[in-house]
Write a protein that binds this ligand. Structure first.
Ligand code: ATP
Ligand code: MG
Length: 580
């Protein structure tokens, strides 16, 4: 067993043994690598979501378990869509998940190396400048059942290609007018090998390199060479890249960075360590969860069209949203362990995530009392100014959480739902003339129901003084126990009751002219004014808490503060969707 590095993890981690870890273990045991290196390579064109958490936990988890190094690498080869705002959020998210990178790299750090690699391919007759338009390239490419046709520019001489490519780099040609393509095989059964583009002309300023480059490398070219430069041993990616693997290997083998240090000398000169090697790409299935959309495009649209309050809206599946809602990072790590790694595409039930959150918060969150839909309860056999301080334990299972003072008085708030004038069968809480236990106080009997029209305004009760803790009748059996807060002491708090953002399991399925936008759950947030006991109001922002009988809540990261308590419902105590 590897020791559990994080004591806030709910369960000790058994040694993980998915097919990727098996490969890593064999490679280390067989001496193929002295140490393992992985990377997490986000494109800074959006916020990270829970799918990325799976990849982060896999890459950084392997680094941690096998004593390897993990790089955070921004795949910033497409400047038009990228933004420093995303870069900062991604770094924050990875750290919040509990991981730290060995080195922070950018694909753009390697632009000069990529360029030299391309020159090398041209010199070897393995790449050519092509003047076909994007549309013509598509026509020439063929289909799954028909081979492609050679571009008329495929037979250009090395000299002409070198000249044209250098002029592409010098900015002489317009966007889209020319590409550099790998010369592989237009008849390949794998369309990715039909002379894929390596470089395109794009006169767009880049967030890191400014106007230095009028050409940008394609993902398939830049990604594998970045892995090779960083000495990545196991390049882990999602299944859709399986068909790209032959191309990945082709670039790695033909550019051969490991065998040609002159190519990356500029990096060495600039002070980078370059443990160049031959990476191996391994694919695993991506995470899909029902009741959720995960495409960056759809998430962006939700934000831009104001359908949610922002990237960190607590209903969003973004890491910023999950965090704001109160999801503990440990719950996401537990979730990604539980989902596991395989090559099988599957759809994970949202309740699995909620179960992980409950498990972690149950162990980690102190208990407090709060009433979110209050009705007044007056204890008539205590004086109006009765004041007491009760001691409550902060956690029913873990004495390590200690105890706290809870003020008690003769006027309380209880939940409106805990009283019913005409109770259904099996209702064990308060009814006219009936008894219920007030948590930590004793048993009260409802003697009178005060109303204003139809609305109940007050429940007048007597407290059985013999049923109070420490008294002879304290153990008297009674079916229901309800929670309360002292009206004179309770602090008004804003409570945001969140639920799932979509109300159908598959919001991505477009049917009957409907899209994911038509499946937004109208009840996904309800804001109420609640009463919380004083010690809840004082919790720090982002603290998780269980409001007894109500659910797990978290003090809002941004809006909660002294004098203005704001709590987000992170998850209900039980799965309320299973029945629906
Ligand atoms: P894009 O379409 O913009 O490329 P992407 O979701 O692949 O979107 P990246 O920033 O390229 O975004 O992803 C970074 C890493 O996270 C990649 O290695 C990718 O395979 C992985 N990843 C993305 N989505 C998931 C997912 N749902 N499950 C597991 N891994 C994922
Ligand atoms: Mg991607």
């Amino acid at each position: 067993m590897t020791p559990n590095p994080d004591p806030t993890d709910a369960s000790p981690a058994p040694e993980k043994n998915d097919f990727i870890r098996q490969i890593v273990r064999e490679d280390l045991a067989g001496g193929k690598h002295a140490a393992v290196r992985t990377r997490f390579p986000p494109e800074p064109n959006g916020y990270l979501h829970i799918g990325h958490a799976k990849s982060i936990c896999l890459n950084f988890g392997i680094g941690r378990e096998f004593g390897g190094r993990v790089n955070l690498r921004f795949d910033d080869t497409n400047p038009a869509k990228e933004d420093p705002e995303y870069v900062e959020a991604i770094k924050e998210d990875v750290r919040w998940l509990g991981f730290e990178w060995a080195e922070l790299r950018h694909a753009s750090d390697y632009f000069e190396v990529f360029y030299r690699g391309a020159i090398k391919l041209i010199e070897q007759g393995k790449a050519y400048v092509c003047d076909l338009s994007a549309e013509q390239v598509r026509e020439y490419r063929g289909t799954l059942t028909e081979p492609g046709r050679d571009s008329p520019f495929r037979s250009r001489s090395v000299e002409e290609n070198l000249d044209l490519f250098r002029r592409m780099r010098a900015g002489e040609f317009a966007d889209g007018s020319r590409t550099l393509r790998a010369k592989i095989d237009m008849a390949s059964g794998n369309i990715n090998l039909r002379d894929p583009a390596i470089y395109r002309v794009k006169k767009v300023a880049h967030q890191n390199t400014g106007d230095a480059w009028p050409i940008y490398p394609m993902y398939d070219y830049a990604h594998c060479l970045s892995d090779a430069l960083e000495g990545i041993t196991h390049s882990l990616c999602t299944l859709e890249f399986e068909d790209h693997r032959p191309l990945y290997d082709w670039f790695v083998d033909n550019v051969d960075l490991a065998g040609d240090p002159a190519l990356y000398q500029p990096l060495v000169d600039a002070g980078f360590t370059v443990p160049a090697g031959k990476p191996r790409q391994i694919e695993f299935s991506r995470l899909n969860i029902n009741f959720t959309v995960m495409s960056k495009r759809k998430l962006l649209a939700l934000v831009q069209d104001g359908l949610v309050a922002g990237w960190d809206d607590p209903r969003m599946p973004t890491l910023q949203g999950l965090r704001r809602r109160g999801t503990p990072a440990a719950a996401l790590r537990l979730f990604s362990d539980r989902v596991g790694i395989s090559k099988q595409n599957s759809l994970i039930d949202y309740s699995v995530l909620e179960g992980c959150i409950r498990e972690v918060m149950d162990a980690a969150a102190p208990r407090r009392l709060a009433v979110i839909n209050p009705v007044k309860l007056v204890i008539t056999n205590l004086s109006d100014d009765h004041a007491e301080t009760l001691r409550f334990s902060n956690h029913p299972k873990d004495p390590g959480f200690g105890e706290r003072d809870v003020p008690f008085s003769s006027t309380l708030w209880i939940e409106r739902e805990d009283f019913m004038e005409v109770p259904p069968k099996g209702f064990h809480r308060l009814v006219p003339g009936g008894e219920v236990r007030l948590r930590g106080v004793g048993i009260v009997r409802c003697q009178e129901v005060v109303k204003d029209g139809d609305e109940i305004t007050e429940l007048r009760c007597t407290l059985d003084l013999q049923s109070r803790p420490g008294m002879e009748g304290a153990d008297r059996k009674i079916k229901g126990t309800i929670h309360w807060v002292s009206a004179a002491h309770a602090v008004a708090a804003e409570v945001r009751l969140y639920d799932r953002l979509f109300n159908v399991p598959d919001p991505d399925r477009d049917e009957d002219g409907k899209t994911y936008r038509d499946h937004l759950n109208p009840d996904s947030v309800r804001v109420v004014q609640a009463w919380v006991e004083p010690s809840a109001a004082g919790l720090a922002a982002e603290s998780g808490v269980q409001f007894e009988r109500l659910g797990f809540f978290t003090a809002d990261r941004r809006d909660h503060g002294p004098g203005r308590p704001v709590f987000n419902r992170t998850v209900t105590l039980r799965d309320t969707w299973a029945r629906k």
